[in-house]
Design a protein around this ligand. Sequence first.
Ligand SMILES: [Zn+2]
Ligand SMILES: [Zn+2]
Length: 398
Amino acid sequence: MSDPALTTRHRNRIADLHGDITAWRRDLHMHPEIGFEETRTAAIVAEKLKAFGLDQIITGMATTGVVGIIKGSQPGPMIGLRADMDALPMQEHGDVEWKSLNPGKMHACGHDGHTAMLLGTAQILAETRDFAGSVAVIFQPAEEGGGGGGVMVREGLFNQADCQSVWGLHNMPTIPYGQFFALTGPIMAGIDYFDITIRGQGTHAGTPHLGADTVLAAAHLVTAIQSVPGRTVSPHETATIGVSMFKGSEAYVVMPDEATIGGSVRYFDMATRDAAEARIRLLANGIAAGFDAEAVVDYRKNYPPTINHAAETDMAAEVAGALVGADMVEREAEPSMAGEDFSFMLNERPGNYIWMGTGQPGRNNAMVHAPDYDFNDNAIPLGVGYWLGLVDRLLPTT
Ligand SMILES: [Zn+2]
Ligand SMILES: [Zn+2]
């Protein structure tokens, strides 16, 4: 596919910086750091923001988070642009020259690209200052399970950077390069985790009548839990529950006094979450009691669903449309059942989380989290162009 007609007034400056941003991205890719351990990454981010001449740089938020503030040439409100910095705990199996040097750690979700693109954006904004208000560039740790975005919010992100709106972007290899997906409402699911322990009298496998069969009780519970999406949740709502862990005895002949199961619950609506949790607890307690055992339920609320605000999503679609053509912006598509901790920021401030297509014929388009995934550097001008377009539209000078 040829390049989309990238229509932005920053086109030439973005082209100048494309090589630098690519080099930063590949350096980050070679040195991946997992959640809350992004010390090298955060140091590079802070050092570059300082070199670009930002007005304020806050470090150490949520351990390794960095926030930079850039003031425009005229007064006005503040907006927040957010990138994530963490890698995944997995081994890279690709063969790129900039392959991970850290065994068991890999930038398999493109957060190296997100970080580099937001750095390039900050550099151009600090050079031009051609906007009315301020831009907070938010580099968060631990998106992949640690909830670094939520920790930053709890540590006062929006007290220190009082953003009127907040914006996120994620690359997506399954979407063609040159396209954006701007979906109103839910775009990523809420995700909770649970562990349930069934406890009862252990016994010999030859005398099952002398004990409570905790494994059999847990097996009934695994089946019963699958009734929750279909019988507790309305057919008009979405929920999926995966019981992915099961542990009983270590021996063929021991009926254990404890069996445990664990899994995840995914949903788009908080009432659905509450109903699912309540039903899982009821089933666990009821089934355990029926087997003369007891259940201990550890239900952990993790990421809330990522819900895009309507007006901001219209704005995001307009900005992306101005960049690549309105026909290249998808407004209706299925949301993802994966989670995203930008949700914590969207729960505090209106905003949008957009998917940027990076799939291109002739290159490896492995999905994010695949061991041979690599961020598509060709998409850097699209990401930077989108960020700068947002600032132009949201903070116009008079
Ligand atoms: Zn990911
Ligand atoms: Zn990601």
